[in-house]
Design a protein around this ligand. Structure first.
Ligand code: ADP
Length: 241
């Protein structure tokens, strides 16, 4: 399917855990030049969907494709080779390595040559306005700084799809605003689409071009932030609280 050549897609995904249908016929797609928000109440299936997309879970039914190739159930390492990288709810940096080394490792781990990896790390630190932190060890960073470095390490792999699981959790308003500015340019600058889960509706509504809303494992709405905000079903299930 030519229209999926530059997209990540999930179609008809079902995920059953002993007795519980965590995802029920969920379909979603992400282009390389857009930011899509995945929202919904706790337990609605957001993390499960990210786990299926990134290969941590093999779905009970349904298909995942990257750039038109079926990758359903492949191991996370194979999926990252295909261009999809995720971050986790908890920060996972090397505490005894510098910011620069952490970012460079992202590129090296993806098989990018050393000289190119170094150049890429420089470029990313500069672009995101954190070159002054270059030699600071991971352990010495603030929580907000760690989150950004983790995202840069992912982008350094030259991925085309980035899945961010609650990147603004634990950030204050100023840090969350800065994150918004830093994330918003990624799709156009790097040809890397972003699927983001977050409970910070201020961030989500301003950052995303489209939203996908889950409730009890089912898609209850899709559309622009304006459409979703005006949807009574969404307000009742999630936004009203
Ligand atoms: P969300 O990320 O939207 O909070 P989750 O995807 O974490 O939701 O969870 C969706 C549902 O699936 C919840 O009812 C959760 O308890 C259940 N679930 C998630 N992972 C597992 C698992 N490994 N085993 C059993 N149930 C799970």
């Amino acid at each position: 399917d030519l229209s999926n050549r530059e997209r990540l897609t999930a179609s008809g995904v079902v995920m059953d855990f002993a007795g519980l249908r965590a995802l029920d016929d969920v379909s979603l797609s992400l282009g390389q030049h857009e930011i899509v928000g995945l929202i919904g109440p706790n337990g609605s299936g957001k993390t499960t969907l990210v786990n299926v997309l990134s290969g941590a879970l093999a779905p009970t039914a349904g298909t995942v494709t990257i750039d038109g190739e079926k990758v359903t159930g492949l191991a996370p390492r194979k999926i990252s080779h295909a261009g999809l990288v995720r971050t986790f709810q908890t920060v996972r940096l090397f505490g005894t390595l510098s910011v620069y080394e952490n970012v460079q490792l992202g590129a090296l781990g993806a098989g990018i040559r050393r000289s190119q990896a170094a150049a890429k790390a420089h470029e990313l630190l500069e672009l995101f306005g954190i070159d002054h932190l270059r030699d600071v060890l991971g352990d010495s960073l603030s929580y907000g700084q760690k989150r950004i470095v983790e995202i840069l390490r992912a982008i350094a792999t030259d991925c085309n799809y980035l899945l961010l699981d609650e990147p603004a959790a634990g950030l204050n308003e100023e840090e969350s605003d800065r994150l918004l500015g830093q994330l918003s340019n990624i799709p156009d600058q790097f040809g890397c689409g972003i699927l983001i889960i977050d409970h910070d509706m201020n961030l989500i509504m301003r950052l995303c071009q489209r939203l996908h809303v889950l409730n009890q494992g089912k898609t209850i709405a899709e559309g622009t932030p304006e459409q979703v905000r005006a949807n009574p079903t969404v307000v009742e299930a999630y936004l009203g609280s």
